[in-house]
Design a protein around this ligand. Structure first.
Ligand code: PMP
Length: 316
């Protein structure tokens, strides 16, 4: 799908996967005018194909496009394009329980622009790839390190939208952490350097007794769709949930810690290392609350439990 600045996206078309052509002075290549989304399609045991809250991805893309001075497809155009792409790639969707089809919508300033300015033309495309279950043998805990020098987002910046530059900003800290054997990095706020933000590509929650707490969304944290869904699932299961500032001290004193995201769904944290001190959590790193919420969400997404929230879109 294409459109010029100030206009609406026209109806798109299906194309075979392949390289795309861009001017060397395309807005995305020079000034980072790019936004993406990520969602999954699951095959249900009756053969149907399920999407999880695709209109939420469409709405988040629209919000991000506004921040990045880009036009965006309407919510209806986005959802219809996702459905058409998934149906055209049905053969790539793994059988029930064996994984999912990862869907990557990408909006970019594809027009040429030399002086710093929003690009004159935009392209919206979607590509897909089959992915296995994140955890092949049940839930596996991840080990995080708290990053105290580098930050992924600053107040007033673009940390709250899913723009490509946010991911470039985390590569250095993430690679350094991985080289030391950690799974990923947990970022802190860049002003007081003591409140949790999020991990490179997922949101974070802490559990203390019946209370579940996650950092409030205030412009520097990506408003995860899994995060939002887990909050509702946890409340429906009788947990108390708070969205507010969470200090490192509170993190280190938690009973359990878990992360949420489209890729990881709910990922238990086995240990956190902060300034050389390592704290372990849960029952061998997989706490009961994390397990309970993981099962609730995955069974909903795979069509194994009743969709009481109305979050599932069936494609057939
Ligand atoms: N934070 C960041 C920085 C992410 O890239 C993602 C993945 N989209 C998330 C959080 C989780 O968001 P979601 O639950 O919508 O996948």
């Amino acid at each position: 799908m294409k459109c010029s600045q100030g206009e609406n996206f026209s109806k798109g078309e299906l194309q075979r996967f392949g390289n795309i052509e861009l001017s060397p002075s395309a807005g995305i290549l020079n000034y980072g005018q790019g936004l993406f989304e990520g969602l999954k399609a699951y095959r249900k045991h009756d053969g149907n194909i399920l999407l999880f809250r695709p209109e939420e991805n469409a709405t988040r893309l629209k919000m991000g496009a506004e921040r990045m001075c880009m036009p965006s497809p309407s919510v209806e155009q986005f959802v219809e394009a996702v459905k058409a792409t998934v149906l055209a790639n049905e053969r790539w969707i793994p059988p029930p329980g064996k994984g999912s089809l990862y869907i990557r919508p990408l909006l970019m300033g594809s027009g040429a622009v030399l002086g710093l300015a929003p690009a004159p033309e935009y392209t919206f495309l979607i590509y897909v790839s089959p992915v296995g279950n994140y955890f092949k043998e049940g839930l596996a805990p991840i080990n995080l390190v708290v990053e105290t020098e580098m930050h992924r987002a600053t107040p007033g910046g673009t940390g709250g939208v899913k723009t490509i530059g946010n991911y470039a900003a985390v590569l250095k800290a993430q690679s350094a952490a991985k080289a030391k054997g950690y799974s990923d990095v947990l970022y802190l706020d860049c002003v007081q350097k003591k409140y949790l933000e999020e991990v490179s590509s997922c949101n974070v929650f802490i559990v203390k007794g019946n209370l579940i707490v996650t950092p409030a969304i205030k412009g520097t944290i990506l408003p995860g769709i899994t995060r939002k869904s887990i909050i509702d699932v946890a409340i429906s299961q009788g947990f108390e949930v708070e969205e507010r500032q969470v200090s490192v001290d509170e993190l280190l004193d938690a009973d359990e810690v878990f992360c949420t995201g489209t890729a990881v769904v709910v990922s238990p944290v086995g240990s956190i290392t902060h300034q050389g001190r390592r704290v372990t959590y849960g029952n061998d790193g997989v706490g009961l609350v994390s397990q309970q919420l993981y099962s609730a969400l995955t069974s909903l997404q795979m069509g194994l439990s009743e969709d009481k929230m109305g979050w599932i879109v069936e494609l057939k």
